[in-house]
Design a protein. Structure first.
Length: 391
């Protein structure tokens, strides 16, 4: 079980973060969680964080106040994919981590475990919630998402089916299509996706984060099934709902790089170059278009070198992509891609492992991927995926 990190050191740091003028804290050991926020102190997000931190400092034993601050950090983690916000969220929940009767605290804990790639632990926490509240929509959706990430489509389908029955929302529909869209006739799935695209204007007043998540699901399905135009339409719609969503920006950039539309990638991502996933895409474009310039490539290398081992494990896909495309270290890339496959089996993970295995002529891994698709009753073959490879 994942345990909270050096509470006595974390909490004081957490509560002092609002003082932007303070001298930087230099830890004596790597296990101390730090935050070097790239948010402007004048931004509405940072102002809200300062208020939530103040509330937490004044009500440090109040689980509802702690839940609000943890949720704020988790929202930032969703947007930026920066693991430092996960560490801060976990620190806030320390005293309730092992035993809490509060559903909100348990949901936040499950999401922290999910971000830390502790999917079994996350599902265990969610099982506890669902045993008490079988129709808790957030818990069902989070558990379904865990199953989708780990490639357990039948389990995801069970949760998504229940969501469809009791929660008629864009999220429940996206959940169900994500769990079933690749196992049924591709033409039928594309017809459903095209219908969502045409009816999108009827959803625009809904929660914008829900819309962004659904758009990402629909975009990835569209691209996997070979309709890149439809995928781009969903990426654009998702970014209209949440303009700095890290998942949408990264995956849309991958589509544009695949299409060799490099100038579009630069204009899309240039404002977010302090994020690891974005920096990787900018470094790829730099290599393809300006081989003499290594600004982004050097910055990316430095970010990887500064990572403590625990964080490196959270970015195995990015490390493998870096090894493959920027260092031409194909054996290392394959090793990292295989390690990543043990915990994550989304389309991007499959494409990465497929590319590495092809380059190394690893027939065992190629056969394993082919069998995995058959076992999960995918309606598309490995050859379909080969058409989607990055670069």
């Amino acid at each position: 079980m994942h345990t909270p990190m050096i509470v006595a050191l974390i909490i004081p740091i957490l509560l002092m973060l609002e003082n932007a003028q303070a001298d930087p804290f230099v830890p004596k050991q790597d296990s101390v969680i730090l935050q070097k926020s790239y948010l402007s102190q004048s931004s509405s997000v940072e102002k809200r964080l300062i208020q939530l931190r103040n509330d937490f400092r004044e009500n440090i034993d109040n689980p509802f106040v702690a839940e609000n601050l943890a949720k704020a950090y988790l929202d930032l983690a969703d947007d930026t994919n920066d693991p430092r916000f996960i560490g801060l969220a976990e620190a806030v929940l320390t005293q309730w981590w092992e035993n809490s009767e509060y559903i909100g605290i348990q949901l936040a804990k499950a999401k922290i475990q999910q971000h830390s790639h502790l999917f079994v632990d996350s599902n265990h926490t969610l099982d506890q919630i669902i045993s008490r509240k079988p129709l808790n929509i957030s818990a069902r959706l989070l558990r379904a998402n865990n199953h989708l990430v780990t490639g357990e489509y039948l389990k995801a389908r069970n949760d998504c089916t229940l969501l469809m029955a009791f929660a008629n929302s864009i999220q429940s529909e996206a959940c169900f299509l994500a769990a079933t869209g690749l196992t049924q006739d591709a033409k039928n799935t594309l017809r459903v996706l095209q219908d969502f695209n045409q009816r999108w204007h009827t959803y625009t007043q809904l929660d914008q984060q829900q819309l962004a998540w659904a758009a990402g699901v629909f975009a990835d399905l569209s691209r996997t099934l070979g309709n890149e135009g439809l995928a781009e339409s969903f990426f654009k719609k998702g970014l209209q709902a949440d303009s700095d969503n890290n998942y949408l920006l990264s995956n849309y950039a991958d589509l544009l790089i695949h299409q060799k539309r490099y100038s579009f990638v630069t204009s899309l991502l240039s404002d977010y170059s302090n994020r690891l996933h974005i920096l990787l895409r900018l470094a790829l474009v730099e290599k393809y278009t300006e081989p003499g310039d290594k600004k982004y490539q050097q910055a990316l290398k430095e970010q990887f070198q500064l990572m403590i081992p625990e964080r490196t494990q959270l970015h195995l896909r990015e490390k493998a992509l870096y090894a493959y495309h920027l260092e031409n270290d194909y054996p290392l890339a394959l090793t990292l891609a295989l390690e990543n496959w043990q915990s994550q089996r989304e389309a991007g993970d499959l494409l990465l492992l497929l590319q590495c295995a092809q380059q190394q002529k690893d027939v065992h891994t190629l056969a394993m991927l082919e069998n995995w698709l058959k076992e999960n009753r995918f309606s598309i073959s490995l050859n379909n995926y080969k058409k989607l490879i990055l670069g």
